[in-house]
Write a protein that binds this ligand. Structure first.
Ligand code: NAG
Length: 263
């Protein structure tokens, strides 16, 4: 007779479980938001974005590459692409955000619709046409906070380096966007993390040397070949594993199996 007392509790538990499952996907989605260095098709013929190779290193997740060539933190925002992502993610999903290549440049005399207002806080700039432009930090902080509010985890990734060996000697100095990325992560708080992708790629490229690395940049100093992009994707995984990021739980590879050292 004791078991009758237990049954209702079990029945409630059985009913409650599916409700919780509906909020998460059986297979979390990993959305990629970025520019040509991440996008399918890269920056044109002979190049490819690193996001195309990321799925080969992950298991138990579905990678959705929403990176688009030519975009910046500002234009990705203005085109409603972050809003679409915010409306799409569910609890347990991941969003990797990597911008910087189209965010520099001046707002005067001509605004290209991509350049951000320079600054590490909530500064604004007004273009000649009267458009109010926010900083990289503001655009990405707003996006990250809204994605996290939906239950997603956000990885802010520093931009890939331009060819660090283009002078014949390999060296790398991070640009201001790496610092901005760290500020975005601090602003967004729990649920946001940082991968210093630029530094991991640079370290790997410097160890490969100028001859190999020059061959990875077939058309200019920004866009990598498919083989180069595969190395760029591996460097991201190395950074993710070294940081013991939540997403690293879905890695097919161990930290030691990927070239390079943790920084
Ligand atoms: C991880 O392992 C998979 C399966 O062996 C392989 O295809 C992929 O290239 C590896 N990734 C890295 C970054 O080494």
């Amino acid at each position: 007779m004791k078991s009758y007392a237990v049954l209702p509790a079990l029945a409630v538990a059985a009913l409650a479980a599916p409700t919780e499952d509906i909020e998460k996907r059986a297979t979390p989605h990993v959305y990629l938001a970025g520019d040509s260095t991440m996008a399918l098709g890269g920056g044109g013929t002979g190049t490819q974005g690193w996001g195309v190779y990321l799925p080969y290193s992950l298991t138990g997740v579905t990678v959705v590459n929403d990176a688009i060539a030519g975009r910046s933190a500002r234009s990705y925002t203005d085109e409603g692409r972050f809003t679409t992502l915010i409306n799409t993610v569910v609890s347990g999903d991941y969003v990797i955000i990597e911008f910087g290549h189209n965010d520099g440049g001046s707002l005067t005399p001509t605004d290209n619709g991509r350049s951000d207002c320079v600054g590490s806080g909530s500064e604004t700039c007004t273009t000649a046409a009267g458009v109010v432009v926010q900083t990289y930090v503001t655009y990405l902080t707003n996006a990250a906070k809204s994605l996290i509010a939906k239950g997603a985890k956000v990885i802010i990734s520093s931009p890939t380096p331009d060819n660090p060996c283009e002078t014949g000697t390999c060296s790398y100095t991070p640009n201001r966007f790496t610092g901005y990325c760290k500020i975005v992560v601090a602003n967004a708080g729990t649920g946001a993390s940082f991968v210093d992708h630029g530094q991991y790629v640079a370290n790997e490229f410097i160890s490969l040397g100028a001859t190999v690395v020059d061959s990875y940049y077939p058309i200019d100093h920004t866009h990598t070949s498919p083989i180069g992009a595969n190395v760029v994707a591996a460097a991201f995984m190395k950074g993710l594993l070294c940081a013991n990021d939540n997403l690293a739980a879905y890695s097919k590879n161990t930290t030691a199996s990927i070239a390079g050292s943790c920084i």
